[in-house]
Write a protein that binds this ligand. Structure first.
Ligand SMILES: Nc1ncnc2c1ncn2[C@@H]1O[C@H](COP(=O)(O)OP(=O)(O)O)[C@@H](O)[C@H]1O
Ligand SMILES: [Mg+2]
Length: 469
């Protein structure tokens, strides 16, 4: 990785000289003549070392230093100062600057300090990678994985967060965290302040997908009464996430290929090329290579997409993540449902680890939600857990619903109303029994108001007299 250095100095000569010397050192160099531009650059990118003159035209260098220390405390800042051993330099040291260099700048001294700072920056980066953080910046709501495979993925995410446009292909079963990862890539990249737009290629007809992606001109087709901007255009300077790309028709694939090759496209019915700057992240739970062999997916597009390829392993092959995730979700739903679960019993942990999680993290999350909602106590017990194929509070039903959603649709169809009726009846009974017959409490457990609860009880003929609150 080429080290990135930022020089903040009002003096053009100094910026040019430093630039010449540091480029020869194989560093990528950016510079800013004042505080405002420096701050913009700091928000847009990450640096390994910052060289900062304390005398800036628009604000004090100490302010800029404070900002760097707040935003990226691990980045070494070298102060450039015109006064020998002045109070400013002392202050800079107090503010935790890495070192300082007197002006007029002596290049060999700068080089020495920068090399030292780079080594320091590198060391800190490694320390951070070892600590329990997925990518610099961390991310609320995302449990960092302990699996070595995911660690490697986080390292790649960290790398691609600097180069800001390489296309990424995320592959993995449903529920492994593809959306979460796509989000993480966006938020750890320099595009984080730009939009993150997501579209599911499976849910839309070819025609609709095309107009969602590329937009259309007024009159392009019957319904096109106004001009509409597509996601690619709206996503300018940001990230566009194409979920379930394996479902995209060949015709749309051709157009997408052009976008990836040239970063230009036309609105549907348009005659003008529109230039854009977006990062494309695509995801699929299909085997794209296999689709290429079957000619359902264009080979050229496949190679374009997989510039960076991330394979998220299923949950069953990373057992080290099951308990941390389960505990995180327990806490999450405790808060949401006002419950007090403190820990997971050893037997329950064992059951969680034994289970094969066909629906991956999504299934684990749903299982924890259901358990925390419907059960009481401080210790989450084995008996509280509803895992498909194991003992369940409602016989086969959740398993039926779960497997229905995970598998291709049964050829002979399903009785949807029957299934919903059965599920609702069982949830109502379960909630009423958990609340000792208290209807207000049962309603709260189900996220209903009392009128709705009563209406449903009547509808399903559930006895209510004895249960008046
Ligand atoms: N590392 C994680 N920490 C916390 N929740 C996660 C994590 N990974 C996935 N999830 C949750 O699991 C569910 C499935 O994740 P998602 O990214 O939608 O999977 P996919 O897109 O692969 O089907 C989501 O509710 C998501 O919030
Ligand atoms: Mg998804």
């Amino acid at each position: 990785m080429t080290p990135r250095i930022l020089v903040i100095d009002a003096d053009t000569r100094v910026r040019q000289d430093l630039s010449a010397v540091l480029s020869a050192e194989d560093c990528e160099l950016q510079s800013a003549p004042n505080g405002a531009e420096a701050i913009e650059l700091l928000h847009a990118g990450t640096y390994d070392v910052i060289l900062l003159d304390l005398m800036l035209p628009d604000m004090s260098g100490v302010q800029v230093l404070g900002l760097v220390k707040e935003k990226a405390p691990w980045v070494p800042v070298v102060i450039l100062t015109s006064y020998r051993e002045t109070d400013t330099a002392v202050l800079a040291m107090k503010l935790n600057a890495f070192d300082y260099v007197n002006k007029p700048v002596q290049m060999d001294r700068v080089l020495r300090v920068v090399r030292k700072a780079l080594a320091d920056s590198q060391r800190r980066r490694e320390e951070m990678a070892d600590a329990d953080r997925p990518v610099p910046g961390g991310d609320p709501g995302v449990v960092p994985s302990r699996s070595p495979v995911l660690r490697d993925i986080y390292t790649i995410v960290d790398k691609i967060s600097r180069g800001n446009s390489s296309t990424v292909l995320i592959q993995g079963e449903s529920g492994v965290g593809k959306d979460v990862l796509a989000n993480l890539i966006h938020r750890s990249s320099a595009r984080r302040d730009g939009p993150f737009l997501e579209i599911n290629c499976a849910g839309l007809s070819e025609h609709l997908l095309e107009s969602e992606l590329f937009g259309h001109e007024k009159g392009a087709f019957t319904d096109a009464v106004t001009r509409k901007m597509g996601l690619l255009e709206l996503g300018h300077a940001g990230t566009v996430f194409l979920d379930e790309i394996g479902e995209m028709s060949l015709a749309v694939q051709v157009k997408l290929l052009r976008v990836l090759e040239k970063m230009v496209f036309r609105r549907v019915g348009g005659t003008q090329d529109i230039q854009i700057d977006v990062r494309i992240i695509a995801a699929t739970n299909r085997d794209l290579a296999e689709q290429v062999r079957r000619r359902d997916f264009r080979e050229d597009l496949y190679y374009r997409l997989k510039v960076v390829q991330l394979m998220l392993p299923p949950l069953r092959s990373r057992p080290e993540d099951v308990i941390p995730l389960a505990e995180y979700f327990m806490g999450l739903f405790n808060e949401r449902f006002g419950k007090q679960f403190q820990e997971i019993s050893p037997e329950a942990k064992e059951a969680l680890l034994e289970y094969h999680w066909p629906g991956n993290i999504r299934e684990l999350k749903n299982a924890m939600e259901r358990t925390v909602l419907l059960e009481e106590g401080q210790i989450l017990q084995r008996a509280h857990l509803v895992l498909a194929g194991k003992e369940q509070f409602s016989e086969s039903l959740p398993a039926t619903v779960g497997s229905l959603l995970d598998k291709p649709f049964p050829a002979d169809g399903v009785d949807m109303e029957g299934l919903v009726r059965e599920l609702e009846t069982k949830l109502l009974r379960k909630a009423l029994s958990a609340s000792g017959g208290n209807q207000s409490q049962a309603a709260r457990l189900l996220g209903l108001n009392r009128d709705k609860l009563r209406y449903r009880m009547r509808q399903y003929g559930i006895d209510s007299e004895r249960n008046e609150a």
